[in-house]
Ligand binder design. Structure first.
Ligand SMILES: Nc1ncnc2c1ncn2[C@@H]1O[C@H](COP(=O)(O)OP(=O)(O)OP(=O)(O)O)[C@@H](O)[C@H]1O
Ligand SMILES: [Mg+2]
Length: 309
């Protein structure tokens, strides 16, 4: 079951008098599984916000279709089941935290039976209850983002769409936001996250799509994306510079050697097994074998570079 399904969306912005055309999305398709945390990643100008705006009916695709929670995006009723935190949002500075949530409630047309209690619940969820009566003009960036997250939850949405929720937030604030998102996932909600903060996304997302200049560069599981299949770090019981120089090992590519640890770059697991056989034949004692994980950031940079070629 998917919460979001996007099919071959193209979005072209045409500026005044058609002097400039920007293809913000190019034949873009993705699927977001219900109950998952999904990260849409991409450099500035990739088209992330454009996609979110299309999903929310704020702007329209030039061609292509999408469904959100099973409804076509042209069906405005679906908005009552979606929560949204816009990029660079601004709340009226003269309101306090509690007022902002009530303001969001009235904008969404949602009237919970006990509004005051609901406001307190949402502020507690994002650890902002103690700042309920402080004017938002005094809030830090992290407090603003957390409040933004709370107001996005006012209608108890099934899907929460967050455009750069941790942008400009310090590491502790980011951790707090991550914890809230995990909490929401555990409540069965689907979270769609736009971000260029990869180390953040890596920690919580189930699946990611990488977007560059409107094109889908990669889509997949974060685990798969960050496990580099070719590099293996093998630790031996002792230092072995000389042994590996023998011609038995010429065929294996050694990327790095440090005392008792050697980093091999191999084609596949079959080659790894051959290597293990050869190492054991040479009576070398293996302590551990570790497939090397590259960070999402490494993968992102190489995928974006390749797609720019
Ligand atoms: N209303 C608009 N009119 C014309 N061009 C636009 C409009 N909105 C966005 N664009 C262009 O579309 C492209 C994608 O923009 P978008 O805001 O979707 O990117 P983004 O991935 O969200 O970037 P960022 O990380 O900076 O938020 C950019 O080239 C941008 O200049
Ligand atoms: Mg954006």
């Amino acid at each position: 079951m998917y919460s979001v399904e996007v099919q071959s969306i193209n979005k072209i912005y045409e500026t005044a008098f058609r002097k400039r055309r920007v293809q913000a999305l190019n034949d873009f398709s993705i699927k977001v599984e219900k109950g998952s945390i999904f990260g849409l990643l991409g450099p500035n100008g990739a088209g992330k916000t454009t996609l979110v705006k299309i999903l929310l009916g704020i702007t329209f695709p030039t061609t292509g279709t999408a469904t959100v929670l099973g409804h076509d995006i042209s069906n405005y009723k679906l908005k009552s089941k979606v929560g949204y935190l816009p990029e660079n949002h601004k709340f009226p500075p003269y309101l306090n935290g509690g007022d902002v949530i009530k303001y969001a409630a009235s904008l969404s047309g949602y009237e919970p039976p006990n509004l005051e209690q609901k406001v307190d619940e949402l502020l507690s969820l994002v650890k902002m209850l103690e700042w309920k009566n402080m004017k938002v003009k005094k809030y830090s960036k992290g407090m603003m983002q957390r409040l933004g997250l709370a107001q996005a939850m006012i209608n108890d949405p099934e899907l929460v769409i967050l455009d750069e929720p941790t942008d400009g937030v310090d590491p502790i604030g980011r951790k707090e936001i991550r914890d809230v998102l995990i909490d929401l996932k555990n409540q069965g909600k689907t979270i769609f996250l736009n971000s260029h903060l990869l180390s953040e996304v890596e920690l919580i997302t189930d699946n990611v799509a990488i977007l560059n200049k409107g094109n889908l560069v990669h889509q997949g599981n974060v685990q798969e994306l960050t496990t580099s299949k070719e590099k293996f770090k093998i630790k031996f019981a002792s230092e072995l510079k000389e042994e590996l120089k023998s011609e038995n090992f010429n065929k294996y590519q050694i990327e790095q050697m440090e005392e008792d640890t050697v980093l091999f770059k191999l084609n596949d697991v079959e080659e790894l097994n051959n290597l293990i056989d050869d190492l054991r034949k040479a009576q070398l004692f293996i302590v551990s074998i570790e497939p090397l994980k590259s960070s999402l950031e490494d993968m992102f940079i190489s995928l974006i570079k390749n797609s720019d070629k």
